[in-house]
Structure formats: structure tokens, C-alpha cells
Write a protein that binds this ligand. Structure first.
Ligand SMILES: Nc1nc2c(ncn2[C@@H]2O[C@H](COP(=O)(O)OP(=O)(O)OP(=O)(O)O)[C@@H](O)[C@H]2O)c(=O)[nH]1
Ligand SMILES: [Mg+2]
Length: 661
């Protein structure tokens, strides 16, 4: 294991040119001999049949090239908002990112959402304005949109000639260009007081070289974002982009002698349908035949490793800190798992499961019931969805309607089609989907308690459990507290109090997956306030505890359901904050569609009006459909998930009144 690694995400709004750019970068760096094309379905990273048919990226894919002694692992991501969960997993393994936008369309809704996430995680990010060869491309408009809608902490590194024509080209500014140096100095000094003071004093120490060093340093720290222009299609500007990537983005830093830790961000099926995990090694070194912890859940043995190494991946006996490795042999691995050495303390990172999952973006807000066309396939469908859910963070399903229905959660209609096509292609399953409806949650209305006593008349199990359910702050999720003496816990079965509490937590999460109205129960505190196990006190030889794990596993859901029923629940549906930018002369027509929804902020500049409001998801979807006809195609809207609000009696299409969370 030698050299340096840079794990680079390529992110953008749908169709901005990520996959084409990935292909171009591989070609420019000599990793491939000929450029593939998205339109012909021949790129390296859009390798799935579905991606090639549709010309869109669905799954994140890794490719790599070398520049000098740096191996750049490119992760091409999907831009369609239905596949945002795929980007979510990738964000955690990046050293840097290129946020691509089109120099024609400029900053689009997903551009902002992605940029915000990159900023929050402080991922060093270059901005690349693509498609300068297309009619309508504009440098000034793109830069204005960036500083108005993304950030002012940007430095354009060059300019474009013949923009909007096939011969459009990009040329970097010369470091001695006075205007460029002045602009650079002004942006950099916003984050550097010493530089600012020297500039004010007109100090001779402010040289081109000093400015350049400050640019490198601030880009590495994600304090400023260099902007480059180019065309993935013609190759204009892409050599400069390669140079900027290796100079202005930081390489991975980690200690290969440290304890092993690796993050799984993608799972793919191998030739024998075995699981292949893509993991970024965070620290330490992973060897073939190593036994490892998979989250805190399972163990496994790595049977083979491939490492990305400029060009394609190559078989290796080990993968070191900073590298992205493909791992074979981990049968129980899921996306989001953290892998640690089996000699070390298991390092949490249980991801993948639907339980306490955290979203960097928004959670899915829709769901549909999926059903097999042929009744005999029902069981197989269940298994297939389970398998898909394990390898694919996009797919999340639950049993609705008391176990009769299979419900998949969704970000949108395209995702529904993709799941259908995947089931057909990979599992030969024909399915139908119900219309997507808002994915609701239930919150407790008040406090509820329930208790089942050992030997009690209504208690079919040999244990005592008392649980209390109380409402908690919106957005807080489920908290479990064990308010009993550890001596009352069946430690002879679970060894430690912590382990027992962990198991109880799991029973509770499973039970809360379906509340009184069939939705997940959340935003509550569950307290275990009574607990006892049964002790057989016959002759001394047979004296001792007799409750089994099954008693606790089976009794907990019974007691918890009673407690939830006593608390009662309120069904709440997802709401989104909607930002609208519309021609002022369409304001009336648009507000008519919003009837009733509170407009939080409105401002008019020139003939454009911007306003913000909060809508139920169903209404936001309706508005999205109505917007284009109402604004002659000029209106733009962006919605961000902002929580849940109690459903208005009867109809999910009523306007939101609550302000959410
Ligand atoms: N004229 C021109 N067209 C481009 C350029 N880059 C990409 N395209 C075209 O834009 C379309 C979308 O390109 P992709 O590379 O698939 O975009 P993407 O961002 O990967 O799209 P998703 O992965 O689906 O989000 C294709 O038709 C490309 O041929 C460019 O620089 N100039
Ligand atoms: Mg793509």
C-alpha cells in the first residue's frame, strides 16, 4: 500500500453531466482508452442495465485514475432526488467533492440541497460549471447564481472564450493578472485576518505565491470553493479540473497502524449472487482472511479484497487507511455498517436497519403498497424485498395493515418504477404498486401505562413487565429508559444490564413500527418501570430462575401495545417548506393554488417574486404539477422536508396549519 488516495464525490442536480464528466476525467487521466457516452449507454459508471436504458444514474459507482502519486477514486452519484439516499451514504466517505452544475441551467434545487449537505459536513468542494459548449451557457449568470444561491466564498479560477459554441474553451487566469489577484485576495481575506491586515497595509509580503498558498489551504479546509468552467462533452477545461482536484482538494489522512475501521457505503451482487461490499477504510489495515465485526451485529471473514488503484480495481491481500476496497465474504453486511477488527471492541455503527436511522437529507415521505401479480409469488416477494433492503439504502419496507400488506417507502415515482424493474429483472417477479400516499407517523397524544404481572391472569408468559409511554418533542424519535433495579432484570439470561436493555430496546423498536393506525410510532419516551423474572423455589436442587428469553421477547410487545393504546396516538403527515421563485405577474394565480397556506416571506426583485410557505407533501406535489402551466414554465420551486403535522380530519389534501418542527 503506497501513495496517496483522494476519495472524490461527483455530485449534481440530475442531468448536469456527472457521469459524462466522470468518463471524461477517466479518459483525460489515461485510465480508459475511449470515452463512453451516456446517450449510447456505454459509460463505465452507468453500468446497470436500467441506467443504460434510461440514461440516468441510479446507483453510486466507483472508478479510479491516477495523477502522479495520487490515486483518485471517483464516486459518481445519482442526481435525481428519488435517489438521494444513495448520495447520503457516499457523503460520509469523501475527502472532497466536485459539485457540477450546468452553465446553462445554473444553480438548480438539488444543487442547493447537495451544497448545503457538503457544507454541513465541511467537505472540501470545487464547483464545476459544465456544458459551456451549449447554446445559452453564460459565465456571468452562473457566477451570479452561485453567489446568490450557494455562497459568496467562491473564487473563479479562469474564464471562458466562445461560450455557447462547440469551440468554447476555458483558460485559467494568470496568477499575475491584477484583477484576478485582487478578487482572490478579497475572498481569501474574509477568512484570514492576518492576510486582511497585510492587504490593508499594502504589505509587500502579499505575493502571488502567498495568495496561492492561502487558496490551497482554504480550499482544503472547505473555507472557499474554487469555480472552474468547462465541458465534459468536448473536454474543454477538464485538464484544469484534474489539476485543481489534486492540488486544491486534500488527500486522505489516516494511520494504517491504527485500529481497523471501515465504512460500507455500497453493496453489489457478485457473479454468484454473493454480497460484495464497498468500504472506505478509515483507519488501520484490512487483510484477506481477517475476521471482522460487522457493526455490532455480526461477524464475518473477508475472503477477497480488491482495491481501486488508477484504472480498474485489482486483487490485493490488504487495503489500507484511506483506500476504497471491495470486500468479499461478508455475508451479513449491509449498507451503512461499520467494520472493525474482531479483536477490538465492536464499534457500533449499526446502520442499514430501519430503526433509529438518521437522515442527512430528508427521510422518504411517500409509500406504496407493493403486491405480487401472481399470488404464489407473495412469499418470494417478501424475501426479495428483504434482500434488496439489505443491499440498497433506497429500499425500505414494512409490513402494513397488521402484516397483510408490504409497503415500500419512496422518495418519488421514478424510484417506484426502478424498484419494479429491479424485481422483474433480478428476481423475475411481476409486481404492482398502489398509488403513492404520504408516509405518516403516529405520536402519542398523552401518557399511557400498562403492566403484566408474573402469574397474572391475563399474562400468558412467565415474566413481569411494566411500560410507560409519554410524548416527547417533535423530531426527537424514540427514547428508551430502564427505570428498574438491575437486580430485577434477568441477568442470568442477558449477562449485563446493558445487554438486557439493548434487547428490550430492539423489542420496543419492532413493536413501535406499527401503531394504532398502522404507522410508525415516534417522538416518545418509553420507560420500563417494572420488571421481574420467575424463580422456581422447590427443592434446593431445582431452585433457580425459570423465565426464558422468549418470555421477555413475547411479553414486551403485548404490554407496549396496551401502553400505546392507553396513551392514544395522533396520525401526523409529512410537511415540507416550499420556496417559490415565480414571475411577479403570476403571483395571484399561484397564491390562489396555495389558498390558506401561510406565506412566511415574500420579496420582489424586478419581475421575480420569491416566497416561502409550508405545505403538506400531497399539496406540494400538486403545486409542482400546477406550477409550470401557471407561470408559463418560468416558476421554480424547491421543497425541503421540515417535519410532521397532525393530519386534518378526513383529508390529507388539506393545507398545513402547523409550522412543523
Ligand atoms: N452539450 C453538452 N452536453 C453534455 C455535457 N455533459 C453532459 N452532457 C449531456 O447531458 C446529458 C446528461 O448527462 P449525464 O452525464 O448523464 O448527467 P448526470 O449528471 O450523470 O445525470 P444523472 O446521473 O441522471 O443525474 C447527456 O445527454 C449528456 O450527453 C456537456 O458538457 N455539454
Ligand atoms: Mg449520471
Amino acid at each position: 500500500v503506497s501513495g496517496k488516495t483522494l476519495n472524490l464525490g461527483i455530485l449534481a442536480h440530475v442531468d448536469a453531466g456527472k457521469t459524462t464528466l466522470t468518463e471524461r476525467l477517466l479518459y483525460a487521466a489515461g485510465a480508459i482508452d475511449a470515452m463512453g457516452s451516456v446517450d449510447e449507454g456505454t459509460t463505465r459508471t452507468d453500468s446497470l442495465a436500467l441506467e443504460r436504458q434510461r440514461g440516468i444514474t441510479i446507483k453510486a459507482a466507483v472508478a479510479s485514475f491516477a495523477v502522479g502519486d495520487v490515486v483518485v477514486n471517483l464516486i459518481d452519484t445519482p442526481g435525481h432526488p428519488d435517489f438521494i439516499a444513495e448520495v447520503e451514504r457516499v457523503l460520509g466517505v469523501l475527502d472532497g467533492a466536485v459539485l457540477v452544475m450546468s452553465a446553462v441551467e445554473g444553480v438548480q434545487p438539488q444543487t442547493r440541497i447537495l451544497f448545503r449537505a457538503l457544507r454541513r459536513l465541511a467537505v472540501p468542494t470545487l464547483l464545476f460549471a459544465n456544458k459551456i459548449d451549449r447554446v445559452g451557457a453564460s459565465q456571468d449568470r452562473t457566477l451570479a447564481a452561485i453567489s446568490r444561491r450557494l455562497t459568496r466564498a467562491v473564487v473563479p479560477l479562469g474564464s471562458v472564450t466562445h461560450i455557447g459554441t462547440p469551440s468554447a474553451n476555458y483558460a485559467p487566469w494568470s496568477p499575475s493578472d491584477q484583477e484576478f489577484a485582487a478578487r482572490l485576495a478579497s475572498v481569501l481575506s474574509d477568512n484570514d485576518d492576518v492576510l486582511l491586515a497585510d492587504l490593508v497595509d499594502d504589505d509587500v509580503s502579499v505575493t502571488d505565491r502567498r495568495l496561492h498558498r492561502a487558496l490551497v489551504d482554504q480550499s482544503h479546509r472547505a473555507a472557499v470553493h474554487p469555480v472552474l468552467f468547462g465541458s465534459a462533452m468536448t473536454g474543454a477545461g477538464t485538464d484544469d479540473l484534474v489539476a485543481a482536484i489534486v492540488e486544491l482538494l486534500p488527500v486522505a489522512t489516516a494511520d494504517p497502524t491504527d485500529l481497523l475501521s471501515a465504512d460500507v457505503f455500497k453493496i453489489e451482487r457478485g457473479k454468484n449472487r454473493d454480497r460484495v461490499a464497498y468500504a472506505r477504510v478509515r483507519s488501520g489495515t484490512l487483510h484477506t482472511r481477517d475476521r471482522v465485526h460487522i457493526g455490532a451485529r455480526a461477524e464475518g471473514k473477508v475472503t477477497a479484497i480488491r482495491v481501486f488503484d488508477g484504472g480498474s480495481s485489482a486483487e490485493r491481500s490488504s487495503a489500507g487507511a484511506g483506500q476504497i476496497a471491495k470486500l468479499w465474504g461478508l455475508r451479513e453486511v449491509r449498507v451503512g455498517d461499520s467494520i472493525t477488527g474482531s479483536g477490538d471492541v465492536a464499534g457500533g455503527g449499526e446502520g442499514g436497519a430501519s430503526g433509529g436511522r438518521e437522515f442527512r437529507f430528508a427521510p422518504p415521505t411517500l409509500e406504496a403498497v407493493v403486491d405480487a401479480v401472481h399470488p404464489k409469488d407473495k412469499a418470494r416477494l417478501r424475501t426479495a424485498l428483504g434482500e434488496l433492503a439489505d443491499q440498497d439504502p433506497l429500499i425500505n419496507f414494512r409490513h402494513g395493515a397488521g402484516g397483510r400488506d408490504l409497503c415500500v417507502s419512496l422518495y418519488g415515482e421514478v424510484q417506484k418504477e426502478v424498484i419494479g424493474a429491479t424485481l422483474a429483472q433480478d428476481y423475475l417477479l411481476e409486481v404492482t404498486f398502489s398509488e403513492a400516499r404520504p408516509l405518516c407517523v403516529e405520536r402519542p397524544r398523552g401518557t399511557g401505562e400498562a403492566l403484566e404481572l408474573l402469574h397474572g391472569e391475563t399474562n400468558p408468559y412467565s415474566a413481569t413487565i411494566g411500560l410507560r409511554v409519554e410524548p416527547a418533542l417533535p423530531g426527537s424519535g424514540v427514547e428508551f429508559r430502564a427505570a428498574v433495579d438491575p437486580r430485577s432484570m434477568p441477568l442470568y439470561l442477558y449477562k449485563t444490564a446493558e445487554n438486557f436493555v439493548g434487547h428490550m430496546r430492539q423489542f420496543i423498536d419492532e413493536t413501535l413500527a406499527e401503531g394504532l393506525f398502522g404507522w410508525r410510532v415516534t417522538d416518545c419516551v418509553v420507560t420500563l418501570h417494572r420488571c421481574a423474572y420467575s424463580v422456581f423455589d422447590g427443592p434446593p436442587s431445582s431452585r433457580g430462575p425459570t423465565s426464558t428469553p422468549a418470555d421477555f421477547r413475547n411479553l414486551t410487545p403485548i404490554v407496549l401495545r396496551k401502553a400505546v393504546a392507553a396513551a392514544e396516538t395522533v396520525v401526523c403527515e409529512p410537511i415540507v417548506r416550499v420556496e417559490l421563485e415565480i414571475p411577479t405577474d403570476s403571483l395571484r394565480a399561484v397564491t390562489a393554488v396555495l389558498a390558506g397556506a401561510p406565506v412566511e416571506a415574500a420579496s420582489t426583485t424586478g419581475d421575480l417574486t420569491r416566497l416561502t410557505t409550508v405545505l403538506r407533501v400531497a399539496d406540494a406535489n400538486e403545486l409542482q404539477r400546477a406550477l409550470s402551466p401557471l407561470t408559463a414554465g418560468e416558476g421554480a420551486m424547491e421543497s425541503t422536508f421540515c417535519g410532521y403535522a397532525p393530519i386534518r380530519s378526513g383529508s390529507a389534501s388539506k393545507r398545513a396549519t402547523a409550522s412543523g418542527e
